[in-house]
Every structure is written in C-alpha cells, then in structure tokens.
Design a binder for this molecule. Structure first.
Ligand code: ZN
Ligand code: ZN
Ligand code: FE
Length: 749
C-alpha cells in the first residue's frame, strides 16, 4: 500500500489499532517512497504475487447483524443468512482463492440492486462482504418433503420449532454441515435420539441461547464465558451442576457436558423466531450433535442428508447455500491454572470450525511438507514457510468416505496455501488408511495429491505414533533440542509386536530412545479388550494374583457380573500370546481400574471408561497406592502392588471416589519419579507431555505441578489437541526439521 500525507506515523499506528475485527496483520514493514501526488483514495484489485493470502475461518454472526435480524424495520428482518464483513461463512463456502464471491458457493446468487450497493460502498459494513445476500436475492431455507406429507405450508423455521417442541428430531443444515437437533429438556426425545444414533454413550453437544441459561446446568467461569462468546464459538466442556435438570442421556457417566452458543442467524432463530405463541425463547437448550452415520464425515449435501439421515431424523430443515468444505464444531476444555499472560488455559479436544484454516506459527522458515496423521480423530497438517496449517477434524479414517474427505480437504488447503509438499510423514501402523495413502501416493507414485503429479519421488518419513505426540508439543514451542517426552495414550503401533502408549522418551527432532514405559498388560482378544475394559481388568489380575485369582475376581464382583466361566476363560486367553497382544498403554490401565472399581466396563466410544473414572474422583485426596519402578533400559513402571491394594480397599468397602483419586495420584507420582531420575541422569530440563490420556485434567494437573515443583520446565499442547488430532502436526514438524537438516532417508525413525 502507498500513502501520502502529513500524519503518516499516525496512519501506521491506526492501521494496527483500528484494524477491522477479522483482519490479521502478520507482518508490517514501512519504507519511504517517491512522492506521487495522488488525487484521491482508491482500492486497487489484488495483484497476483505468487505468495498466499490467509483464508479466514468461519465466523459467528456479529452483534450488528444479530440486531438487524430481529429488527422489524430492517430489510433483513428474520433473514437467516444475514452477514457482513465482520461475520459469516468463509472457509466452508470458499472453493478457491483469492477469496472472492465468484469463487465461493455464493456465486449462483446474483446480488439484487440493494445488496450490490452495499457491496460496492467502501463506507458500508457489507463492502466486499462476499456472502452478502437478502431475502430477495440470496439463499433460503426449506423443509423437503413437508408438502408431500400434506403439512400446512408454514414458515419452515416456525414449522421446525413446532416439531422440536413436540419432541421430534430434526436434521438442520448449518454452517459446516448438518446437525441432528432435538429439545434437550425433553428426556424422551433425547433418549430416542440416543437409541437411533447407534448404541454409543458419546456425549451430545448442546446449544443454549445465552450464558445465563447455561449456568442453570453448568458452572461457567469468566474465562469459559469469554470463550463461549468468542467469534470462534467452540463447544466448551463444562462441569455439570449436581442438581442440573438435564436428562441423563445427554452425557451419561460424565461430569462434563459440551455447550456452545448459537453461531449462525438460523441458530438464533431456532431460539427466538417469533411464532405467535407468545414465547420470547422457545428452548432452554437444544441437542446439536453431528449429522453423520457411524464414523462417516458430517453430511453437507441436502439429498445426501435425506438419504443417510432419514432413519434418525423425523424432518429436515435445509437451505440452498452450498457447503464446499465440511467443518465440524470445535471442542475445547478449560485446564486448571492460568497462562503466563494471566488468561485461562485451554486445551483443544477438537480443532475445527472457527479455527481452521488459521495457521500455527512455527517460529522459523522451512520447506513445505505434509503430515498424514494416524487413524482416529484424524487431521493432516501442511507446512508452508513459517506456518503449519492443520486441517479441520477429518474423523476416523476407516472408510472410503473419510478418505475422500481427507483428499478433498488436502487438495483445497494445498491450493489455498500454495503448498507443494517436498516430503510426507506418516504413522508406522501398516493398516492405517493414512499410512497406506501416504505410501502409495506419497512415495511410490511420487505425488501427494490426486491430480498433481510431482516429477520426483518424495522422501517419506515414518514417525512412531507417540514420538509424533511429543513432536506436536515441540512444533508448538519451536523446540529442537533434547527433551524428556511423556506420552500417555491409548495404543499405538511400535513395530516390536507390542502396543505402546505409556512411554518415556529422550527425544529430539532426529529421533528418540525409549527410556521407560508402563509395564505391559495382555489384552485378551486384542481389540475386543479395548471395547470391553473388564477383560483387561481380568488380565491384570490373572497376572498379578496368582493362586488368589479366583478369590480376587469374586471379591471384585466379577463372577457375579460376568459369570464365573467367562471370567476364567478370559483369564486363560490373556495368557495366550497369539490372542492377547501386550500393551503399555496408559489408557488400558485406566480401562482396567475403571472396570475393577465397577465404574465403567465398556467403551462404546474412545476413552469412555477413563473419562468415567476421572469423573468419579473425589477432590482433596492426596493418598496413593504403592507402585514399583524397575530401573533399566528402558525403566519399567509396575502396578502389581497398586492392584493388590485396590483389592484391599474394595474388601474394606472404600468409597469409589477415594480409590479413583488414589489411582490417579499413583500414576501421576510414578510418572514424576521416573522423569525425576531421567532428568537427573541426562541433565535434560524440558519435559513434554502429550497423548490422549492427558485430556484427563486431574492427571495432567498433578503431573504438571509435580514436575514444576522439581524445577523442571513443563510443556503441553495448547494449539492442537493432545489426542490423535495433534499427531499430524508432530509428524510434519519432524519431517520438516529433518529436511532442513539435510536428512532425507525414509523410515528414519
Ligand atoms: Zn455481521
Ligand atoms: Zn439482496
Ligand atoms: Fe495417540
């Protein structure tokens, strides 16, 4: 930009201080130039410079638009697609860059004269607002099939509100995909939805009209309130109040529930649309769960919705503004403590809508690379220059639909950021679709995206799963030197025939050594034990109890619960190597204890038993159980005495909340003692914590506090999830740093 005048310093200052809410100044350099004598002020067309421009994430409806939405005198009164330059859809509707209406799904709508005037006027709030529209010229909502069923042709939004109030389930097309919606205050409706959405206890996300309403159900701190109100509008996991009136089916056996505020005009209308029934607000909260079947990606297309969601939904509220990029809601949870800036600490459970495709700053320049992620909760990460660009939540990569979504999104983000990966990084698990994809597309044919051929084979880096978890923290903090990494996780591939997941590494960008791990537990039937944690508990006791096995199973109530014969059989299977792989996963240890305490014996979704065990913890307990560390290379943490002491407690009818707390304390204390000795031996002072088990805030807090009190520096994920959603960032960082260091061997790790 070129400026002339008297107050140039002030101009530069204002450029920063008065920048529009959605602008992001990445870099500002000022240099003197020739005097041109400009006659007036003008905005020129963007020039093609070869560098990329950032594409904004989708933004919640702003206060100004919201006021107009419910203003009878405004020309957009009750128009569900109202937006302006400060708000509205971005990433989800953009087909290619630069961001311009003709390259969005809005291209099929011609601006009416009134909208056109706003769009052209530099003083208007809708100047160059690409999705600008009104009821005359823009998208509209409809209810497919409504007329065919002979229902009176009413306003579709009013109709939807009426159905929801009757306890019906409605699929509602949103910003980044469909939601399945029902009245959360209606226990029967929620129960019915839970039955229809497979037999999973996965918590449903809720939407409430305002924070005041959420406080009727949950505790909300000021940090959490600010986050709920932020323009990213994530789902925030909040602690339930004891006497909350929510139906149990919303989030069974969980002390937390996810709430978000409305983020589109249509959402606000579901709560506040005038229906002539005298109500100012129709619902206290609505269930808003992802509109998908089994593990497929969230549905975005109207016909596809009717096709796939008809078994679940009684009706559909759709619209004709196309969704180009599907984006699920983001999920965030507050952590105990405050950051250095005095603000609250948050961790991502899922980084998606509102945040993606925003980049993460990588502190230094580097080559373009691609990290393909792992399997569950997958994302990929591209790097470009100083930035890492993690994709939105792709989902569990176990079917063709998810793989296609992965490819679509990759193609899109590559073109947005003009990234041409020079290397790919992948998980070592040979059966992961992401691994197979990386090896076939990345290495064999020398291309990293369908349709884009590369003249050479790309170096491919296989990165061990838990090393990638630790590397995701390195990436966030720009760490390259040696660290002690603690990865507490479910299970991940290691290549040595066992499943890792409770690991202590000495690591840097060049590799890692396994300095310690949790002792192995046999998983009877492998995958089966992961779904049925009580089998892991049987396996633990079979190994530990010796001749007392049957007495112990009796004492724990397992014979009564699962049948003597079955328990004995599972015990026998656990001793057969071929059927029972060994796992050092912290998640599996949580499974076993959760089942042993009778808290939760089935995982209908990943982490269920562990989440339930955390929820059971009584606060204010510092006692722990005995444990053993067998020092060696690697060191081994053994919990045999822990289990025996838990059995003693069970025999004494100790409270479950006390035992759950003591177990958490034991695991935390044992991890701290291993790190303490590793730090003493190696002189390494930076400790990195990651892996899905660290979503457990109680565990994280204790380990974090304990290590800090030893004078160690502790780092954890703040920008990406510590679960497998963060794996791709770690992979990409390692591949990128190794390329920079001139290493291109494949399978380096
Ligand atoms: Zn607005
Ligand atoms: Zn218009
Ligand atoms: Fe993992």
């Amino acid at each position: 930009m070129v400026v002339e005048g008297d107050a140039l310093d002030l101009f530069v200052e204002k450029l920063r201080s008065d920048a529009p809410p959605l602008s992001r100044i990445m870099d500002l350099q000022v240099s003197p130039g020739e005097y041109q004598g400009f006659p007036d002020f003008s905005i020129k067309e963007s020039e093609e410079t070869g560098s990329f421009t950032l594409l904004s994430p989708d933004v919640a409806v702003c206060g100004d638009c919201l006021r107009e939405l419910f203003d009878k005198n405004d020309r957009r009164y009750l128009y569900p697609f109202i937006n302006c330059t400060n708000c509205g859809p971005r990433y989800s509707i953009t087909e290619s860059v630069p961001y311009d209406r003709s390259r969005t799904t809005m291209k099929v709508f011609d601006l009416c004269p009134a909208c056109e005037r706003e769009y052209r006027d530099p003083r208007d709030r809708r100047f160059h607002a690409q999705p600008n529209a009104c009821a005359k010229c823009g998208p509209r909502v409809t209810m497919p099939g409504g007329e065919a069923q002979g229902s009176v042709k009413r306003d579709p939004i009013e109709e939807t509100i009426g159905l929801l109030r009757e306890g019906k389930i409605v699929a509602v097309k949103g910003l980044g995909g469909f939601h399945i919606c029902c009245d959360a205050a209606n226990g029967e409706a929620v129960e019915r939805l839970r039955l229809k959405k497979r037999r999973s206890n996965k918590p449903f996300a809720l939407m409430a009209p305002d924070v005041g309403t959420i406080r009727r159900f949950c505790y909300v701190s000021s940090d959490e309130e600010a986050l709920l109100n932020s323009r990213e509008r994530p789902i925030v996991l909040l602690r339930k109040k004891d006497d909350n009136p929510l139906p149990d089916a919303v989030s069974p056996k969980n002390s937390f529930v996810g709430f978000m505020l409305p983020y589109t005009p249509l959402h606000y209308q579901l709560f506040y649309h005038p229906c002539g029934d005298g109500l100012s607000c129709h619902f206290s909260c609505l269930v808003m769960t992802s509109g998908n079947i089994s593990e497929e990606p969230i549905v975005i297309d109207n016909d596809e919705a009717v096709d796939k969601l008809s078994d679940i939904a009684d009706a559909f509220l759709v619209h004709d503004r196309g969704i180009f990029m599907r984006v699920d809601d983001s999920v965030v949870r507050k952590r105990e403590g405050t950051s250095e800036s005095g603000k609250g600490l948050f961790s991502f459970i899922r980084r998606s809508r509102g945040y993606v495709p925003g980049p993460i700053l990588l502190h230094e320049d580097g080559p373009d690379v691609l990290g393909c992620g792992a399997e569950v909760k997958n994302t990929f990460t591209l790097t470009k220059g100083r930035y890492a660009i993690p994709s939105q939540h792709i989902g569990d990569m176990e079917n063709f639909e998810t793989l296609r979504f992965f490819e679509e999104t990759l193609r899109n983000l590559k073109s947005v950021y003009r990234a041409e990966p020079e290397a790919v990084a992948y998980d070592l698990h040979p059966r992961y679709l992401s691994t197979q994809w990386a090896l076939s597309k990345g290495l064999m044919s020398g291309k990293v995206d369908s349709g884009v051929d590369s003249p050479r084979d790309l170096p491919a880096f296989g990165i061990q799963h838990h090393y990638a978890h630790i590397a995701s923290v390195m990436a966030e903090k720009g760490i390259k030197e040696k660290v002690i990494g603690v990865a507490f996780d479910g299970t991940g591939y290691a290549g040595d025939g066992t499943l890792w997941g409770g690991e202590f590494f000495i690591a840097d960008i060049f590799g890692f050594t396994r300095a310690g791990h949790l002792d192995y537990v046999a998983l009877p039937g492998g995958e089966q034990a992961i779904r049925e944690p009580w089998k892991t508990a049987v396996s633990c006791l079979k190994k530990i109890s010796g001749k007392d096995f049957r007495d112990h199973m009796e004492l724990a109530g397992f014979f009564a619960r699962y049948g003597r014969e079955k328990v004995v059989m599972v015990g026998d299977i656990s001793e057969k190597k071929d059927f029972s792989p060994l796992s050092s996963g912290a998640g599996r240890l949580f499974d076993a204890v959760s089942a042993l305490l009778g808290v939760c014996d089935r995982n209908t979704f990943e982490g269920e038993a562990a989440i339930a065990l955390e929820a059971a913890v009584f606060s204010g307990i510092d006692d722990l159980y005995p444990y053993d560390v067998v020092y060696g290379e690697p060191a081994k943490l053994c919990f045999s005495r822990t289990f025996l002491s838990i059995l003693d407690d069970i025999g004494r009818r100790e409270e479950v909340g006390v035992m759950a707390a003591k177990f958490h304390n034991t695991l935390a204390e044992s991890a701290i003692s291993v790190v303490r000795s590793l730090a003493a031996v190696t002189g390494i002072g930076k400790i990195l914590l990651s892996g899905g088990t660290f979503q457990n805030d109680y565990l994280m807090r204790r380990v974090d506090n304990g290590l800090r009190s030893l004078g160690l520096e502790v780092f954890t994920n703040e920008l990406v999830p510590c679960n497998d959603g963060g794996i791709s960032l770690g992979q990409a960082y390692i591949a990128r740093e190794r390329l920079k260091a001139g290493l291109i061997e494949k399978d380096y790790a």
